[in-house]
Ligand binder design. Sequence first.
Ligand code: NAD
Length: 290
Amino acid sequence: MKIAFIGLGNMGGGMAANLVKAGHEVHAFDLSQEALARAREAGCEPFTAVPDAVAGVDAVVTMLPNGGIVKAVYTADVIGKAPEGALFLDCSTIDLATAREVTELARGAGYEMVDAPVSGGIAAANGGTLTFMVGGSDEAFARAGAVLEPMAKAVIHAGESGAGQVAKMCNNMLLAIHMIGTCEALKLAEKAGLDPQTFYDISSKSTGYCWSLNDYTPMAGVGAASPADNDYAGGFAAGLMLKDLRLAMDGAATAGAKVPMGEHAKAIYEAFVEAGGAGKDFGAILTTLD
Ligand code: NAD
C-alpha cells in the first residue's frame, strides 16, 4: 500500500519506520526538518507539503500533538486532496468532540475514517507492539487492520467513531490513579519501616498488583526497571499525562460522569507540572512524597 504518514515525532517516527519494514511505500510529512530527515533514513519518502504527500495514497495516518492541529491538517490539506476512497486513521490522543467532528467532515466528503489512539509509549512505537483502540464503522475497522497490524501488538475495535478516544481517556485516567497510589504505597511502606523491595515482592503477588507497581515500579532500585532508575528521564512525560487527564475530565463533564479520583489525580499532576516537572516521567510523583 501507499500510506501518507503525518507527524513523525517520538511516536510517529518509529511507527512510520515499521510500516516501511512491512513493505509499504510511506510518504512522510512533518513540520520539523529533523523529523523528516530521520524518516528518510528509515526508508520513508519525505514531502514538503501535505497535499503532495497524500496524493495517490491508499491511507493517511496522523500522529499529531492535539485536536486543534489534527482538525487543521485534515480540513486544510487532507480532505479533498487525498484520492477518493482513501482511508484516514488518526492515531493521536485528542478530545472526543474534535475526533467525532473531523470524522464527520471526512465522511461528508466521502472518506472512511477511524480514531485509533495507542497505548504503549515510545518503546512500543519503535518495537511495533502498540495497542490500538479503534473507533469507527465495522467496514472502516476491517480496512484499518492492514495498516495498523505492522505497528501493533493488539488492534481492538472499541465501537463507533470516537470510541477509541473514550477508551484511551479512561485507560490513562486509571493509569494516573494507580501510579499515584503505587507511589504512596511504596513511600508508606518505607516510612513505616518495611523494605520497599519486600513490599514489592509481597504486593506484586497480592491484590495490590497493577501495571504501575509490577511493570513500571516508580522507585529507583525497587521492583521492575523503569525511568525511576534513570532519575525519571525518558518514559511517559508528566506533561503528557496532564494533557490526557484534562481530556478525561472534559470527557467526564460532557458525559455527566463522576470522577472524583480522576479530578484529584489531575490536580496532583497539575501541581507537579507547575513546579517544573512536565518533562519528567510520570512516576516522578513519588519524589513529591518526601
Ligand atoms: P511529538 O511532539 O514527539 O511529535 C509530534 C510531531 O508532530 C512533531 O514531530 C511535530 O513537528 C509534528 N507536527 C506538529 N504540528 C504539525 C503539523 N501541523 N503538520 C505536521 N506535523 C506536525 O509527540 P509524540 O510523543 O509523538 O505524541 C504524538 C501523539 O501521540 C500525541 O497525541 C500523544 O498524546 C500521543 N501519545 C504519545 C505517547 C508517548 O509516550 N509519547 C504515548 C501514547 C500516545
